[in-house]
Design a protein around this ligand. Structure first.
Ligand SMILES: NC(=O)c1ccc[n+]([C@@H]2O[C@H](COP(=O)([O-])OP(=O)(O)OC[C@H]3O[C@@H](n4cnc5c(N)ncnc54)[C@H](OP(=O)(O)O)[C@@H]3O)[C@@H](O)[C@H]2O)c1
Length: 215
């Protein structure tokens, strides 16, 4: 697949490291030199958000969650995403209250889909820290980590399942994007315990900390 990243921070780097060599990658950011440096790590192209959207059959929205809609505008708005699969990895969670910042009862994923009516938006990769996605071995205590995702579109569902497999995890579809709100709320639990110092491998699962200590 051709994958464009809008944003070249921690999550883009973690996912790009896993997809490098399997897919064609392009990284963008507000600071061209930073995006170019990240892209160089993975033999990827780099440039603007608009170029990343144009490049990808799949586009990953990988800015901070509060910048998502600005980044979409900078990429060219809805027309730039027509026909694309868009991966929403973002957590609209306050790190002061550890509650969702969504106020209308709609997930960020659904709001993105509303803004990009001709794209197929999926939610994935929001439930664990970047360092977990970067982990070269996602098998813990003999079991492969499961990644929950949501998708409305069958083609997008197949694509995200493949991309989850390619990071070394096992895809598990929670449902359509009506369920994305639950993934965002669950991430708030994860983030709360991460901020409290919990081991990133043990939140919301039954793996004992001593099996795989935090690195
Ligand atoms: N970090 C985690 O552990 C984690 C885990 C799961 C989900 N998430 C979610 O993943 C998203 C990304 O998190 P992150 O930690 O990777 O963020 P990050 O390290 O802060 O990186 C954000 C990136 O977005 C770029 N950016 C900001 N506005 C942009 C725009 N308008 N156009 C293009 N690029 C833009 C920034 O570029 P400049 O530096 O040049 O401005 C930077 O490269 C967040 O929504 C977060 O909720 C994060």
């Amino acid at each position: 697949m051709k994958i464009g990243f809008i944003g070249g921070g921690s999550m883009a780097r973690a996912l790009a490291a896993k997809w490098s060599g399997k897919h064609e990658l392009f990284v963008s950011g507000r600071t061209p030199a930073k995006a170019a440096a990240v892209a160089a790590e993975f033999g990827a192209g780099s440039g603007t958000a608009a170029e990343a959207a144009a490049f990808g059959d799949v586009v990953v929205l990988a800015t901070r969650n509060e910048d998502v809609f600005d980044a979409i505008d900078q990429a060219g708005g809805a027309a730039a995403f027509a026909g694309k699969i868009v991966i929403d990895i973002n957590n609209p969670i306050s790190v002061e209250t550890f509650l969702t910042t969504r106020t209308d009862g709609r997930s960020l994923t659904q709001a993105i889909q509303h803004a990009l009516p001709d794209a197929a938006v999926v939610k994935a990769f929001n439930m664990a820290q970047a360092a977990v996605w970067a982990d070269p071995d996602m098998t813990y205590d003999g079991r492969t980590m499961v990644t929950l995702y949501t998708a409305d579109d069958d083609r997008a569902s197949d694509a995200i399942a493949e991309l989850i497999t390619d990071v070394g995890s096992e895809p598990l579809k929670l449902g359509g994007n009506a369920h994305a709100y639950q993934l965002e709320a669950a991430a708030a639990i994860v983030i709360k315990f991460l901020f409290a110092g919990h081991d990133r491998h043990t939140i919301l699962n039954v793996i004992q900390p001593e099996v795989k200590p935090a690195r």
